[in-house]
Design a protein around this ligand. Structure first.
Ligand code: PMT
Length: 400
């Protein structure tokens, strides 16, 4: 029902899966949506605009320079009209262009002006999908609040098998519906999230740090923002991600600086989620000048950093929900459960960082979500966005 009466802008780009967009358009119509298709020239080589016109009952936009049927400035009118936008299939090319802000055809120009939620369903050969540049481009779009519909794994048009298949049209429409239906469930709530690793200075140019990219915490922050929360994101010094729109980002470097920002913001936060990898120790002395090399060994004396999460647990209000992470290489459950108790948490996300595609600086993660009531939700290897969704679902069910 959530799509009924909605005006949906369906962007179709030039991949073999373009034929599946016909079924997507048809399913959206059956849900009562009004579907307006914008195709790239390449997409029109796979499926004709006429097919979409017949299925949607609406004119199809393809060419910036055609005499407009009834719009004033067509791409702006299309962008303004959209309640929701879906790009399916989304090729590596459209993802790269959108990430770079390129506007050189009807679809890319329209996308730049869209203010409505944008879903995109990548579909391509698995090597293209896994290429770091495509991964970076997708991460950029997600950082701007675009919803990625994860590709399926299986037989690919190029003959091989792997990740990159466009999911079934029914699954794409269901994901759009579920996301739209979830609505603004955290409206009016302040959610504080920490992300990334802290940097502990040795001298003006050197530091002790860790490999946390901030991707997990950013995914959590974006999911909370999509659910309507007022989100404050405290990022550590290792983070090199773009600030997501609509989220107040406080950039810090060391554990001490992160502590200051977190304690200040936590006072009125309804939910605090600590995905940051905070250094447990810092160099006792910070050399004023760059330390010069000589033949002797160098000994660094480290002193303990405050445990920010422990402090938050000690001052937690009754209505506040406190969620920690535990990155472990052994005894995952036992160590995580111990931290949950010791730090007075409501939930802990036990993160197995021994799996090659999980933990630090990966796109995916492998976690178990443990509640203070002893419940354990074990998740398979998922994108960090999907892990973030599950964490927020768990938080919301605690609030009920
Ligand atoms: O940023 P990514 O590249 O996406 O990687 C994500 C991640 C692996 C960093 C993330 O998923 C994760 O597991 N974060 C927690 C990492 C960690 O430092 O775990 P820990 O077990 O050392 O700490 C337990 C909890 O106490 C964490 O919530 C941590 O934020 C907090 N802590 C720890 C030490 C300290 N001095 N102060 C703290 O607040």
């Amino acid at each position: 029902m959530v799509l009924e009466g909605k005006k949906i802008l369906l962007g179709v780009t030039g991949g073999i899966a373009a034929y599946k967009a016909v079924e997507i358009a048809s399913r959206l119509r059956k849900k009562g949506a009004e579907v307006h298709v914008v195709m790239t020239r390449e997409a029109a080589r796979f499926v004709t605009p006429l097919t979409f016109r017949e299925i949607t009952g609406q004119p199809v936009s393809l060419d910036m320079w055609e005499e407009p049927a009834h719009w004033n400035v067509e791409h702006i009118a299309l962008a303004r009209m959209a309640d929701v936008c879906l790009i399916a299939p989304a090729t590596a090319n459209i993802i790269a262009k959108a990430a770079a802000g390129i506007a050189d055809d009807m679809l890319t120009t329209t996308l730049l002006a869209v203010k409505a939620p944008i879903f995109f369903a990548p579909a391509m050969n698995s090597a293209m999908y896994e290429n770091p540049v495509t991964q970076e481009n997708m991460a950029k779009l997600q950082a701007r609040g675009w919803h990625k519909i994860e590709p399926a794994t299986g037989h690919l048009a190029c003959g091989g098998s792997g990740v990159g298949r466009l999911p079934e049209p029914a699954d794409i429409v269901r994901e759009m519906e579920e996301t739209q239906a979830r609505g603004k469930t955290l409206a009016g709530k302040k959610v504080l999230v920490t992300a990334g690793g802290t940097l502990e200075a040795i001298d003006p140019v050197r530091f002790i740090g860790n490999r946390s990219s901030g991707k997990m915490g950013y995914a959590v922050a974006q999911e909370a923002a999509q659910r309507g929360a007022e989100v404050v994101l405290v990022a550590g010094g290792t983070v090199a991600l773009a600030d997501p729109p609509g989220i107040r980002v406080l950039h810090t470097e060391s554990a001490l600086a992160m502590r200051e920002a977190v304690l200040q913001e936590a006072a009125d936060a309804a939910v605090v989620i600590k995905a940051a990898a905070v250094a447990d120790y810092r160099p006792k002395e910070r050399a004023k000048q760059k330390i010069k090399k000589n033949d002797a060994e160098l000994t660094l004396v480290l002193e303990k950093n405050p445990d920010i999460l422990m402090e938050l647990g000690a001052r937690k209000r009754e209505t506040q929900i406190l969620v920690g992470f535990a990155a472990e290489t052994q005894n995952l459950l036992a160590y995580a459960q111990e931290k949950l108790k010791k730090k007075n948490l409501d939930l802990i996300v036990a993160n197995d960082v021994t799996c090659p595609d999980a933990g630090f600086n990966t796109e995916t993660n492998l976690v178990k979500i443990i509640g203070r009531d002893g419940s354990i939700k074990e998740l398979p290897l998922l994108s960090k966005q999907k892990v973030a969704k599950t964490i927020l679902d768990a938080i919301e069910s605690l609030q009920k």
